[in-house]
Design a protein around this ligand. Structure first.
Ligand code: NAD
Length: 504
């Protein structure tokens, strides 16, 4: 593949970096490294663009976002090819990722007005003379810092919702996937050519830090918890708020009455898809002891059929980030050293840049393979007494992103779903919540805070604005220097009547 220099960039010359195909190490393209000045310039342009974009009627923003959506859909083949080249994931997986992103652009575009528009709210008896209105206004410029594992779907959860809420966006994709980021930004410029409402800045950690310290109104960060802490420290300098979408250590809990074929199939896909490089991938499975052996047999059967590679028939691709292979290796070695047993694969499954499927059993709960994000095609399987016990162990870690429950008893499954300390839980499937655009997505603990997707995702990129309008003179004017003791007495007896009742 020929090396091309990305032409969009700031006005002054800059250092550059290359993006590589992780399967072949071939150079895909060369990009500028944005420094403080380049980032500040982009953010300044974005503020002008934000004023223009926010000033458009909401229906015009909707039309343009829908035009962007259909542009992406029409050129899905080209974008998927780029995702495949930069991340190594199979083309079909790249297409699925883009499809999901399109669903979110569509939802954000169609629902922004309804969710954010001004609405009358009750003013209550004490402020009866006031008309109260609540509306959600754009923040201005949102800085989006993205990861490489889902370079379209993941940043789009912030970009589409921020744009739909009337903000301009300055987007720093991962240094591993800038070509995909560049494609998204250029395609948006095709449908919104007037102003740089969505801009690209490229570079690694230092560029991201410049963005977090710049004059943006909010940072939407997706990446690891360790990086989120650094971004938060940079944001702290200007009290810039932040959404943190971080990693996970998602568990799948299998009850004794579960459909084991479905559970094993879902666990295999959840663990192996995208070579396990999925924030809501399945990394731990807890299985009720009555069905443990049957489940493990089915899971091993299913996972042993799967093969990584670069060819079109491969089930998943290489590890995108070369250093992640070392993390996977450390986790497997630690699990084995602590008495874990490989049920499928093991250390010899590592053949850089590929890692074959690995199932580990009897791994102590304090092992790294259970407590830390592995981000590889490995899964631990642990026997538990029952669904309740599985939920208890699933909840024991620092992360709280996604989870799955497999059980036939609907009541028990829903109760388990509620008790799992995760932002999202799928019952009898995996990761399905990511495909429902009206559901908020995000975590707690080391998985971060704030929400993308759904109405909460739109509000995340808005500023609530409260307005009271006096519609008649008050019976008693409490906010006046001419207030009398008699006025105060009247209002106190009214308040005692309303709020002073004894509750048993
Ligand atoms: P990462 O934390 O290494 O980098 C994420 C982004 O932050 C990149 O763009 C990077 O250049 C930038 N960055 C790095 N250091 C920075 C700094 N000091 N200041 C500002 N920006 C900085 O993560 P990654 O390896 O790209 O992605 C993998 C991680 O992302 C995993 O932990 C995964 O679980 C998580 N993830 C979470 C979600 C979610 O929605 N919760 C989705 C996808 C990925």
């Amino acid at each position: 593949m020929t090396t091309t220099l990305w032409t969009q960039g700031p006005s002054r010359p800059m250092e550059t970096f290359d993006t590589l195909n992780p399967a072949t190490s071939e150079v895909i393209a060369t990009f500028p490294v944005f420094g403080e000045d380049g980032v500040a310039e982009a953010v300044e342009h974005a503020h002008h663009a934000a004023a223009w974009w926010a000033g458009l009627p909401a229906k015009d923003r909707k039309t343009r976002l829908l035009a962007w959506k259909s542009h992406i859909m029409r050129y899905i083949g080209r974008l998927a090819e780029l995702v495949h080249t930069e991340t190594g994931k199979p083309l079909a997986d790249a297409q699925l990722e883009i499809l999901l992103a399109v669903v979110h652009i569509d939802w954000a575009a169609r629902n922004a007005r309804k969710v954010l528009r001004p609405r009358r709210v009750r003013s209550g008896l004490v402020a009866f003379n006031q008309a109260a209105t609540l509306e959600y206004q754009p923040l201005g410029v949102v800085g989006v810092i993205g990861p490489w594992n889902y370079p379209v779907f993941t940043p789009m959860g912030s970009i589409a919702y921020a744009l739909a809420a009337g903000n301009a966006v300055v987007f720093k994709p991962s240094e591993l996937t800038p070509a995909v980021g560049g494609w998204l930004v250029s395609s948006f410029a095709e449908v919104v050519p007037e102003q740089p409402v969505l801009q690209l800045i490229t570079g690694a950690a230092a560029t991201g830090e410049c963005l977090a310290r710049s004059a943006v109104s909010k940072i939407a960060f997706t990446g690891s918890a360790a990086t989120a802490k650094k971004v938060m420290a940079a944001c702290a300098q200007n009290l810039t708020p932040m959404v943190a979408e971080c990693g996970g250590k998602d568990a799948l809990v299998v009850a004794a009455d579960a459909n084991l074929d479905a559970a094993a199939d879902a666990a295999a896909w959840g663990a192996l898809s995208n070579a396990g490089q999925t924030c809501v991938g399945v990394e731990r499975v807890y299985v009720a002891e009555d069905v443990y052996h049957s489940f493990v047999e089915k899971l091993a059967d299913r996972m042993s059929e799967v093969r990584p590679g670069e060819d079109r028939e491969a089930d998943y691709g290489p590890m995108t980030l070369p250093s992640q292979v070392d993390v996977v290796e450390r986790h497997i070695a630690d699990a084995l050293a602590r008495g874990g047993r490989p049920l499928l694969g093991g250390l010899d499954s590592i053949r850089k840049p590929y890692v074959g499927p690995v199932i580990l059993a009897d791994v102590p709960e304090e092992s790294r393979a259970v407590t830390e994000e592995t981000f590889g095609p490995t899964v631990t399987v642990t026997r538990v007494a029952n669904l309740h016990d599985g939920v208890r162990l699933a909840n024991a870690g620092r992360y709280g992103l996604g989870a799955s429950v497999f059980a036939r008893n609907r009541k028990a499954a829903m109760a388990a779903a509620r008790s799992l300390r995760s932002g999202m839980t799928a019952v009898n499937s995996v990761i399905s919540f990511a495909a429902v655009p009206s559901l908020p997505f995000g975590g707690s603990g080391d998985s971060g805070f704030g929400r993308i997707h759904g109405a909460d995702g739109l509000r995340e990129f808005s500023r609530p604005k409260s307005i009271t309008r006096q519609r008649m003179r008050p019976m008693v004017n409490l906010t006046s220097l001419s207030r009398t003791d008699k006025d105060m007495k009247r209002i106190l007896s009214l308040a005692t009547m309303l709020h002073g009742k004894r509750y048993k």
